[in-house]
Design a binder for this molecule. Structure first.
Ligand SMILES: [Zn+2]
Length: 75
């Protein structure tokens, strides 16, 4: 069981920790309980992914750049 606030009258209502519709004992109205939502992806993870994407792109551009430089030194 978990305690939630009724969105209609803000009374504390105990519901099973399962998604569904429950009747509020205070206002006798039915409200929807969506359960515990999983935490959204951390910003840090997105930052690390972005870092590797930029780093990988820079490496590829750098390798292409070195390839061009190597071809211009001949006699
Ligand atoms: Zn209520």
């Amino acid at each position: 069981m978990i305690e939630v606030k009724c969105p209609l009258c803000e009374a504390d209502v105990e519901v099973p920790d399962v998604d569904g519709h429950y009747e509020c004992p205070e206002c006798k109205d039915v409200f929807e309980y969506e359960g515990l939502k999983p935490k959204s992806t951390r910003p840090l993870t997105n930052f690390i992914i972005l870092f590797f994407v930029i780093w990988g792109s820079a490496m590829i551009l750098g390798l292409l750049g070195f390839g061009e430089w190597g071809g211009t030194g001949g006699t």
